[in-house]
Design a protein around this ligand. Structure first.
Ligand SMILES: O=C(O)CCC(=O)C(=O)O
Length: 264
């Protein structure tokens, strides 16, 4: 039976568009996630970054792979229906943890999140992949924006470094980063309340505006994979890098680092 937060139509939409809104996915975890983000910002991990280009205002903080050291993140992952909803949307009998990602745009942050697909940065590929992007503050302009159907594009989009826009890898066969507005692509975006989540495929092109509003825009992204996801090599170190992972192309992600959250 489909999870009560979803309709059969949502599952079709996710398959067709690579993006769908799930209202209230982390509704019961909002306070916990806000605490976790505060703990994360007080004690950033080794991958934390401040994304800024010359002349830009505000603060855009991001960090990832902290769920094993920040108990609030683990708690939210384990107590929310995220794994159940992921299994339904991906149509996968299993759901495995990949990582968590925190993205905070303080009021008056001018930097937009550039258009990108997540998959080319990662060492995992498959059609059964999902990120849940959940704001912990009401969002309007600074919400996530996704290009419908981009998860089915034949070629991956060139991954770049967010602040410098320099290519992330030297080699590889990638298409240039498109300009979805100029090219008339269908952009899907939602006004959201704390704990709502946008579910999107790792191959879905997405980005976000800066945060001109007078309130913070704290967001938690949870990245999960399904049954068909396999380790792949990229032309260079990936993001996240997971040093010493010791996996070979074609393998499933190792269970001791990327635990299975659900099996049906
Ligand atoms: O929060 C943002 O600005 C972008 C989020 C994003 O790129 C992601 O969750 O993959």
């Amino acid at each position: 039976m489909t999870h009560p937060l979803l309709t059969d139509q949502d599952i079709e939409t996710y398959d067709r568009d690579g993006v769908v809104l799930v209202r209230g996915l982390f509704a019961d975890q909002v306070a916990t996630l806000r605490d976790g983000i505060a703990a994360n910002m007080d004690d950033p991990g080794p991958y934390a970054s401040e994304n800024k280009r010359a002349g830009q205002s505000g603060r855009f903080f991001d960090d990832y792979c902290n769920w094993t050291r920040i108990p609030q993140f683990r708690d939210a992952i384990e107590t929310s229906p995220a794994a159940e909803v992921a299994a339904d949307l991906m149509q996968s009998p299993s759901v495995q943890m990949f990582h968590d990602h925190v993205l905070v745009k303080e009021p008056g942050t001018s930097m937009a999140t550039p258009w990108h697909q997540d998959s080319p940065y990662y060492f995992v590929e498959g059609m059964q992949t999902i990120s849940f992007w959940s704001p912990l503050d009401p969002v309007r302009e600074a919400t996530l924006r996704c290009v419908a159907g981009s998860h089915r594009w034949e070629k991956d989009v060139l991954p770049t470094r967010w602040a410098s826009e320099v290519a992330f890898f030297d080699g590889g066969d990638y298409m240039p980063v498109p300009d979805p507005e100029a090219e008339g692509m269908r952009i899907v975006e939602f006004e959201m309340e704390p704990g709502d989540a946008v579910a999107f495929n790792f191959r879905t092109l997405h980005g976000a505006r800066g945060n001109d509003s007078p309130t913070r825009r704290r967001a938690f992204s949870l990245r999960l994979v399904g049954e068909d996801a396999r380790y792949v090599e990229r032309p260079g170190p990936t993001s996240p890098p997971f040093p010493g992972h010791d996996m070979q192309p074609g393998q499933r992600l190792r269970e001791d680092w990327f635990p299975t959250l659900l099996r049906r």
